[in-house]
Design a protein around this ligand. Structure first.
Ligand code: ZN
Length: 198
């Protein structure tokens, strides 16, 4: 019998504000950690998210999963895709990820979070980063990326340190998803920033 998917923990839960624990490498192969990773992937996909951190399903461990599909990217306009440097990438799993900023370039875009349901806000992030960690088989992996995947990585790794995007956003840009769609969909980010005044 299939088990029901865990629900996504919402802002206010202490687990989202604590530093998650490293996973001992010899525990990665355990059924417990493998099941957790499977649940994270299933929850991310069911929510149509592009990333999920273990604390978001109430497991205070340093594990993240990320995936951006053709179908999701196809929802964007050409200008949105180009500006965000968003392109599909296959599923990735990082255990105990360590992030390094590459270069000085920054980018500001709307960001949402499955644990802050219904809202988005403008967040400035590093444009390019490199992550190093272990995959679900315990094999060391690194990934150097720029654009949207770099943003996803920074967002998810923040979760492991008890940080939510609202801690980093331009607070005046905090809006509902409906409002953002109605007012800003398809517009260049420079126009949106002028409209909001940030
Ligand atoms: Zn999030």
């Amino acid at each position: 019998m299939a088990t029901a998917l865990p629900s996504i923990v919402q802002a206010g839960a202490p687990v989202l504000r604590e530093r998650a624990a490293d996973v001992p490498p010899d525990r990665i192969a355990s059924a417990e950690v493998q099941d957790l990773i499977d649940r994270m992937i299933a929850v991310m996909r069911a929510a149509a998210g592009v990333g999920l951190a273990a604390p978001q399903i109430d497991s205070p461990l340093r594990i993240i999963v990320l995936e951006d599909t053709e179908a999701a990217v196809a929802q964007l306009s050409d200008v949105e895709r180009r500006e965000r440097e968003r392109a599909p990438f296959p599923l990735r799993v990082f255990v105990n990820p360590v992030l390094r900023q590459v270069g000085e370039e920054r980018a500001t875009f709307f960001e949402g979070c499955l644990s802050v349901g219904g809202y988005v806000g403008l967040v400035e992030r590093s444009l390019e980063v490199e992550v190093a960690g272990l995959d679900r088989h315990g094999i060391p992996r690194s990934w150097r990326v720029r654009g949207w995947p770099a943003r996803i990585l920074q967002h998810e790794i923040d979760h492991l340190d008890g940080i939510l995007y609202v801690d980093r956003m331009a607070t005046r840009s905090f809006v509902t998803v409906e409002s953002a769609k109605a007012r800003f969909a398809g517009k260049p980010i420079a126009d949106i920033r002028r409209m909001i005044g940030v």
